[in-house]
Design a protein around this ligand. Structure first.
Ligand SMILES: NC(=O)c1ccc[n+]([C@@H]2O[C@H](COP(=O)([O-])OP(=O)(O)OC[C@H]3O[C@@H](n4cnc5c(N)ncnc54)[C@H](O)[C@@H]3O)[C@@H](O)[C@H]2O)c1
Length: 381
């Protein structure tokens, strides 16, 4: 048995990931003992009051053992949100559904009373326009999800909420918008990588609006949700789902503009219709399906990513404000992210085009040349 003299013991699954670590850090600052449970090693400083347990939520024994003596669990571990990960269905299912079942079982076995599940907008959103949506909107039917990650997150969220009230366990779900912040590792490096390689030559979805979530707001929301499952707060959050964002919908490319321009890049002027980009993403996924057995390349964009960035969808945070006391302190504030990249030497240097950029242009020029030649050939009668 671990010795735990702190206020409470809180465990974060996926705690070595970017949002998980930031949550753990704040919980430690608030005086709690924190366990970060993750597959991967911690790459940020291990703070006083923090313990890392390396394990997988897909292994029930490991989860049950690690949950001993814990007061509150934040279940953040998941797999398959973006890029090529999105296409590994088996792993997505075992982590997001099987792993969540294990987390629920381990909470019950260890008589833990508070479980906060980190969910996503995608349990509702699947490419349809949503303005100021709230939790009265139904779940997207499972067969309409454009990707398996969203489908499995939806199944897992329902399982967590259904477990509310069983064996003294109180649960709630936080449906997050796209997360950003200095040092974020999932979305921004990939997007910036495209910009740096000169691949962002067009935008799409001009005039559409999306929500974003600063990591500080994410942390605030999770801590408030954990508190709102306690007897002191009359378990007000039990069985509830809340949307979390900065509460300031913005166009994705406008959101990123200060970052890209701040690093010395020009935003592209040309805008493509979302349907065209969706079709390209569809083709890419299709090609990936066959090629990945030999070479698991990173697709430029997946269909879900096109929806997420090019179709208007934003949700109200009123319920979180009223019931949890959520009050986002940052709104689409990408200045720290810009500073982070400037400090790490990412300012644009004189144009050195990547070999891939040159290759793409050669392919395009070749196609144009072939078309020209063919237009001179006599037509076959
Ligand atoms: N990042 C976003 O934009 C966003 C948006 C909506 C919802 N979410 C949700 O937020 C949570 C954090 O995701 P993220 O992608 O932002 O962060 P992330 O990828 O940094 O964190 C996920 C962590 O889970 C760990 N993990 C994966 N499989 C595991 C396993 N089998 N056992 C133990 N740990 C495992 C990973 O190693 C990783 O550290 C997820 O639940 C995700 O669905 C994130």
């Amino acid at each position: 048995m671990r010795t735990r003299g702190a206020l409470e013991v809180h465990l974060v699954t996926g705690g070595c990931g970017y949002p998980g670590y930031h949550l753990g850090k704040k919980l430690v600052e608030n005086g709690h003992q924190v366990i970060l449970f993750d597959l991967i090693q911690l790459e940020w400083p291990l703070l006083d009051g923090m313990t890392v347990i390396q394990g997988s939520i897909t292994n029930l024994d490991e989860v049950e053992e690690s949950f001993k003596g814990v007061n509150c669990v934040y279940h953040m571990a998941s797999y398959g949100m973006s890029g090529r990960e999105q296409l590994n269905k088996k792993l997505i299912e075992s982590v997001n559904i099987g792993g969540t079942e294990n987390v629920i079982k381990a909470c019950m076995k260890n008589k833990i009373t508070r479980l906060v599940y980190t969910s996503t907008y995608n349990v509702i959103f699947g490419g349809q326009e949503i303005k100021d949506g709230d939790d009265s909107l139904p779940y997207l039917p499972l067969n309409q999800h454009p990707d398996h990650y969203s489908r499995t997150k939806s199944i897992a969220e329902k399982k967590v909420l259904a477990a509310n009230g069983t064996d003294g366990l109180c649960t709630c779900a936080l449906r997050l918008a796209g997360v950003y912040g200095p040092g974020e590792k999932r979305h921004i490096p990939r997007t910036l990588g495209y910009v740096e390689q000169g691949l962002m030559i067009m935008t799409y979805g001009g005039g559409t609006l999306q929500d974003f979530l600063h990591v500080d707001n994410l942390v605030q929301g999770h801590i408030l949700a954990g508190q709102a499952l306690s007897a002191e707060r009359e378990c007000i959050a039990r069985g509830q789902a809340y949307f979390l964002s900065d509460g300031a919908p913005v166009n994705t490319f406008e959101f990123f503009r200060p970052l890209f321009e701040g690093l010395g890049y020009k935003m592209p002027k040309m805008t493509l219709p979302v349907s065209v980009v969706y079709f390209i993403a569809f083709l890419t996924e299709w090609i990936h399906y066959f090629v990945a057995r030999v070479y698991n390349f990173q697709p430029l964009l997946t269909r879900t990513e096109v929806f997420k960035t090019g179709v208007t969808h934003y949700f109200s945070i009123e319920k979180a404000r009223k019931q949890l006391g959520y009050n986002p302190t940052k709104q689409n504030d990408i200045s720290e992210v810009l500073k982070f990249y400037l400090d790490s030497g990412h300012h644009k240097i004189r144009k050195e085009k990547s070999p891939f950029y040159d290759f793409m242009w050669n392919v395009i020029l070749f196609c144009v040349f072939v078309c020209l030649i063919m237009s001179f050939l006599p037509s076959v009668k």
